[in-house]
Ligand binder design. Structure first.
Ligand code: AMP
Ligand code: GLY
Length: 424
């Protein structure tokens, strides 16, 4: 099969890597990719949101399956445009991706089918939003309705902080059109876990659980990021809890979206809060997590490409997956300054030394080729995702950090406490 993976981050490197392990894959392309991906696929210089160019490439190159990595490509309508040309794609339509791209749609859907989530109200008027914040008091959560690169959510400890978030979104347009509407919701206390299911429009197949670390610095301090590390499976996600999440959350959503005329196909990523009243939805995403995918895919024993094709074509009801017993952990190495402003072009050495260590795989998130043999240049905020398998969380952690230690990159940093919750 001829495959095109769309995207350029660590998640897409993991997708390419897992697809490359399939005997069915003959040719793998990635648009636009990065220097690490270029070692496992042919990189094509097309942006992930350049829908016309991606469709032209897929048709011309007779691509059998397009695997869409980032949400921006889903929101740009890539899956719809490919379907119009009869190109098979893994990833939901623009209308179905609204479960991620519109928090208002997601909340209304949950309310309609009785899926547990935080109480909420939607606002397009800043004065009414502010009045509601004052009425409810703190802690309270303010969310821009649309995609805001993970920065559109403020968990406010005080009313003043919540009012400032409303102003930033609605009066100062900090997130442009994505913040013209806000969702204000109840604060939920508990432990967060992520759960992923493959969905073919009708049926959901449980995929894996994971936990990630969104804050930039140790001790879950500092600004929010795309994710500084992850591990899978999440020990908090017991088999009984997984069954509950499947029947009370995932399956009702999949059925309602089908009934709505926007069937979801692809991977449904549920961000959950394990509250005293049971699991509740924090958010849904319409794609694999980054860096969750890097951890999850190293654990998969079954043929990943076959699973993607079955999800895209239909038939998950009769499909099953096998996993390794090990835990996987991913430590993200980022350029100093991330998630604020950072430079590019610093030299990274020792990636091959890290990969030679037991259980270690290094996925590239933002690298480009260097003129020095065996070295790379940093070309992004998140740059490497050092991933390791181990018999226990502790072994996976020790191996991942041994990989980090083997990498010589003075301009990079990472958190030193990934997995702390699972170790305590
Ligand atoms: P989201 O982009 O909706 O996932 O929100 C980003 C982060 O904000 C989540 O991972 C949670 O840690 C936190 N968060 C969002 N909504 C709530 C809520 N209702 N209660 C508590 N924390 C929340
Ligand atoms: N790591 C969180 C995400 O991919 O949204």
């Amino acid at each position: 099969m001829r495959i095109l993976v769309v995207g350029s981050g660590g998640r897409e490197h993991a997708l390419v890597w897992a697809i490359a392990g399939s005997p069915l894959a003959t040719d793998i392309y990635c648009a636009p990719g990065n220097a690490g991906i270029a070692e496992d696929a042919i990189c094509v210089d097309i942006a992930a949101t350049d829908v016309p160019a991606l469709v032209r490439f897929a048709v011309k190159e007779r691509i059998d399956l397009v695997v869409i990595g980032p949400e921006a490509a889903l929101e740009a309508g890539l899956a719809d445009a490919l379907a119009a040309e009869s190109v098979l794609a893994f990833g939901p339509s623009k209308a179905a991706a609204a479960i991620e791209t519109s928090k208002g749609y997601m909340k209304d859907l949950c309310a309609r089918v009785g899926v547990p989530t935080a109480d909420y109200r939607r606002f397009t008027d800043a004065d009414k939003a502010a009045a509601y914040v004052r009425e409810r008091g703190a802690p309270i959560v303010v969310k821009a309705d649309g995609l805001a690169a993970g920065k559109g959510v403020v968990v406010a400890e005080t009313v003043e902080e919540a009012l400032a978030a409303v102003d930033a979104c609605m009066r100062d347009a900090a997130f442009g059109a994505a913040g013209a509407e806000v969702v204000i919701e109840e604060f939920m206390a508990g432990e967060e876990v992520s759960f992923f299911a493959l969905v073919d429009g009708e049926d959901a197949l449980p995929f894996a659980s994971a936990q990630d670390h969104k804050r930039a610095f140790d001790g879950d301090q500092g600004p929010n990021t795309g994710g500084m590390g992850a591990y899978s499976p999440a020990p908090a996600m017991t088999p009984a809890l997984e069954q509950q999440v499947l029947t009370e959350i995932i399956e009702p959503i999949v059925a309602a979206m089908k009934a709505d005329g926007r069937p979801f196909k692809g991977v449904l990523f549920a961000g959950l809060m394990l509250t005293a009243d049971g699991p509740k939805v924090v958010e849904f995403n319409a794609r694999f997590g980054d860096p969750e995918a890097q951890s999850i895919l190293t654990r998969l024993r079954s043929d990943f490409l076959t699973a993607l094709v079955v999800a895209a074509e239909g038939g998950l009801k009769h499909f099953d997956l096998r996993w390794r017993d090990e835990t996987a952990m991913t430590v993200v190495m980022a350029t100093n300054g991330y998630p604020g402003p950072y430079g590019a072009g610093s030299l990274i050495r020792g990636v091959a030394d890290a990969e030679a260590l037991p259980g270690v795989t290094v996925f590239h998130a933002g690298t480009r080729q260097s003129t020095e043999a065996g070295a790379y240049e940093a070309a992004g905020g998140r740059v490497l995702a050092v991933t390791a398998l181990g018999e226990t969380v502790r072994e996976a952690r020790d191996r991942a950090y041994a990989g980090v230690a083997a990498i010589d990159w003075p301009d990079g940093f990472c958190r030193t406490d990934i997995g702390w919750r699972a170790l305590d």
